[in-house]
Design a protein around this ligand. Structure first.
Ligand code: IPM
Ligand code: MG
Length: 359
């Protein structure tokens, strides 16, 4: 990939992705453009749109589709998978989301939750909150297959594997410490429920030993839930398995303003990665210009940073901070603007900041 070109697949998927992705794409283009990087988006209507046009949400060969997308693009920007009010409930893009994460072996699900303004927090504490959940994205319970025996009878039994490999744990822990180092976070906390007996504990401390400059700690997941409500400022990077990461990242998003703020990146360093806002499809407000575009825009920030364009990603961060300061907000954050108006403000602000900063 030439340093100054990003070929970006934009997969609108189901529901609210149609509202927020086009807006966020413009903000990404403005920030990258200000730093001499061209972003070329190709928009795909997989999901509800494809169902309406062709009768099915996805082609049959989803693994083939994912490999094809990865071969043609430098990054994949994904909307949200789930309910889209235009189509039957069971029609959705989830198989594509799963295959993007696992088929491309994107083992880090990076989910930052910075508190942009105290008024967004439901907590009564006046402390800085800057949390990051590093969720293992390819193993664990959710990623594993299950089996059902005697289905539909009173003796029904369901068994799900919980897969945790040395390789899987080592690489997500290593990524967490590397990220702490490169982005100035003081501490990595590993959370699980196995404590001193589990493979996670052993491997985490093995990796932590290689990063003496970063503080490390283990904390049980149940204790951590209570602690996050009482002392959110004591935590920064939290590394954990798939299911705890899934739950914790929503909790952390709730602490800093809700799912409208929740950005993420599914990352495997050096490979084509996928970036998605964590919120669902928001069927009650999609296609109404009401959705908060911050999650998608901040996802663009992660995309640019992951691809090495830190300055462009910082422009997005600064623009969002200004939007908060100047109350350019959607209804979920107490503002009065629509999705598009917030996006237009962010594009203008990115351009203004770039001029001022000489980017
Ligand atoms: C998330 C979502 C997904 C997950 C669902 C939609 C499969 O909850 O991204 O957190 O569990 O990973
Ligand atoms: Mg989730």
């Amino acid at each position: 990939m030439p340093d100054n070109l990003i070929r970006m697949a934009v997969i609108l998927a189901d529901g609210v992705g149609h509202d927020v992705l086009p807006v966020a794409t413009e903000v990404i283009q403005a920030a990258a453009g200000a730093c001499g990087v061209e972003v070329k988006p190709t928009v795909y209507g997989y999901g509800a749109q494809r169902y309406l046009e062709e009768g099915s949400p996805l082609p049959e060969d989803v693994p083939g589709l994912v490999q094809d997308l990865a071969s043609k693009h430098d990054a994949i920007f994904f909307g949200s998978a789930g309910v889209d009010p235009r189509v039957p409930k069971e029609v959705n893009c989830r198989p594509l989301l799963r295959e993007l994460r696992r088929g491309l072996d994107l083992y880090v699900n990076f989910r930052p939750a910075p508190l942009l303004d105290r008024r967004f927090s439901p907590l009564l504490v006046d402390v800085p909150v800057d949390l990051v959940v590093m969720r293992e994205n390819t193993e664990g319970k959710i990623s594993s297959r299950g089996e059902v025996f005697k289905e539909g009878t009173p003796d029904e039994v369901t068994v799900y594997d919980d897969i945790n490999t040395y390789k899987g744990i080592e690489r997500i822990c290593r990524y967490s410490f590397e990220y702490a180092r490169s982005h100035g976070y003081p501490k990595v906390s590993m959370t699980d429920k196995g404590g001193g007996v589990g493979i996670w504990y052993r491997v985490f401390w093995e990796v932590a030993g290689k990063y003496p400059d970063v503080e490390a700690e283990h904390i049980f997941i149940d204790t951590l839930c209570a602690e996050l409500l009482r002392h959110p400022d004591r935590y920064s990077i939290i590394v954990t398995n798939d299911i705890f990461g899934d739950i914790l990242s929503d909790l952390c998003a709730g602490l800093v303003g809700g799912m409208g703020m929740a950005a993420s990146g599914c990352i495997h360093p050096g490979r084509v990665c996928m970036f998605e806002p964590v919120h669902g499809t928001a069927p009650d407000i999609c296609f109404q210009d009401k959705a908060n575009p911050f999650a998608a825009v901040l996802t663009g920030r992660i995309l640019l940073d992951t691809l090495g364009h830190r300055k462009a990603s910082e422009l997005i961060w600064e623009a969002v901070r200004l939007a908060v300061k100047e109350d350019k907000l959607t209804g979920d954050l107490g503002g009065r603007l629509g999705t598009r108006a917030v996006g237009d403000y962010l594009v203008e602000t990115v351009e203004k900041l770039a001029k001022e900063g000489g980017a």
